[in-house]
Design a protein around this ligand. Structure first.
Ligand code: DGJ
Length: 375
């Protein structure tokens, strides 16, 4: 009897108590939403519409690496307290759909197109039963930021196109590379061939591979898709069409052969900054940083922006997005992956500091508030 009473009382209490309000950011901990459940929006990005922030991310199952729900959306006005608004882009029950349960949907990013009035989502798409072999980008569109998003198509970008900075000589050289000669990876000759466009030439017909990714909208409204291509060895920055639903064919390669994943791009005082990770699966590694005066380059590589203890492992996290906050500062957003149970993966949100010359620096903080952005 006593036990029954206790159970009833605890059930009552758990229903009656409102979830605790978040007053600080605490990286690498559980982050409860307004219902008290750990936020399930991994590899995510944020869109601001009016005073509301929309956080889109991978809705991961408790076990396994593939999707059975889709892309989550949460909303907030203060960036700390997030309400779960459900699934913005749902997997499809159509067994012919590229986004059927069992597919992989990663790193979704949503941007608003002022010309069409539509919300456009791009995400990394892998097809059911094919591991990470498909290496596609998925496009989806919605009339409202919370969705529902309608899946349009999955594809590999820029079929038949060469990077804008490739001369005819570069193209001829890339086409002359014989893949059979470079079957052994990681040799100095293979590395040289990769830089010259071994995989770029191989994928001319079917389009370029597209895995980890972000989308960036510049001040003039032009949008760019930045993604790990060429077997995750080289980043591509590709211009999107005016409606953000296709490619113009104009693109460049960044850090050929440099093995960058998890790109997060932002602009401050006229300079473009790019934070990436190396390629070690779910395991953390040392972040990288790049800077350029124009999106079209030249991109110069700099050391990791992370400083202090465990900076070499990016505080166990991996970049996903950089959020400008009013005109006051920038928030680095990362994931601390828990591959055995991806839904429990934690978040690494930290304020970015800037040195006198403008170079970003990211020290660790156990707890911080938005006021720390203004320092
Ligand atoms: C690293 C990527 O950054 C993640 O998004 C995910 O694709 C894992 N690899 C899978 O191993």
């Amino acid at each position: 009897m006593k036990t029954v009473l206790l159970i009833v009382a605890s059930l009552f209490l758990s229903c009656a108590l409102p979830a605790q309000k978040q007053t600080t950011f605490r990286p690498a901990t559980e982050w409860p939403d307004t219902e008290g459940k750990h936020i399930n929006a991994h590899g995510g990005g944020i869109l601001k519409k009016g005073k509301v922030y929309y956080w889109y991310g991978e809705n991961r199952p408790d076990a396994g690496g593939s999707m059975n729900t889709g892309i989550s959306v949460y909303t907030s006005r203060d960036l700390m307290n997030w309400e779960n608004r459900g699934i913005a882009l749902a997997v499809s029950s159509d067994t012919l759909s590229p986004i059927q349960p069992g597919c992989i949907m990663e790193r979704p990013k949503v941007v608003y197109n002022k010309k069409t009035g539509k919300y456009v989502m791009l995400f990394h798409l892998e097809l059911k039963g094919q591991g990470y072999a498909a290496a596609q980008v998925g496009f989806a569109v919605a009339d409202k930021p919370e969705g529902p998003f309608r899946f349009l198509r999955g594809l590999r970008p820029n079929a038949g196109q060469w990077p804008v900075d490739f001369s005819q000589k570069d193209i001829d050289e890339a086409l002359a590379l014989d893949p059979a000669k470079y079957a052994n990876w990681w040799t100095p000759e293979w590395r040289d061939a990769v830089k010259k466009g071994l995989f770029l030439a191989r994928d001319q017909k079917g389009g370029q591979m597209s895995r980890d990714m972000t989308v960036y909208v510049d001040d003039d409204g032009t949008a760019y898709h930045l993604f790990s291509s060429e077997e995750n060895l080289t980043l591509h920055l590709a211009e999107l069409t005016e409606d953000y639903l296709d490619y113009t064919g104009k693109y460049i390669r960044i850090a050929p052969g440099g093995q960058n994943e998890a790109p997060a791009l932002f602009k401050r005082n006229g300079k473009y900054w790019l934070i990436t990770s190396g390629c070690t699966g779910w395991a953390p590694n040392e972040a990288r940083m790049f800077v350029a005066d124009s999106l079209w380059g030249e991109w110069k590589q700099l050391p990791t922006p992370f400083v202090g203890e465990n900076a070499k492992k990016t505080f166990n996290g991996q970049s996903t997005f950089v959020l400008p906050y009013k005109n006051k500062g920038f928030i680095f957003m990362g994931d601390i992956w828990k591959p055995k149970s991806l839904s429990t993966s934690q978040y690494l949100w930290l304020p970015i500091q800037f040195q006198e010359d403008g170079t970003p620096t990211i020290p660790y903080r156990e707890e911080w508030t938005l006021k720390d952005l203004m320092k």
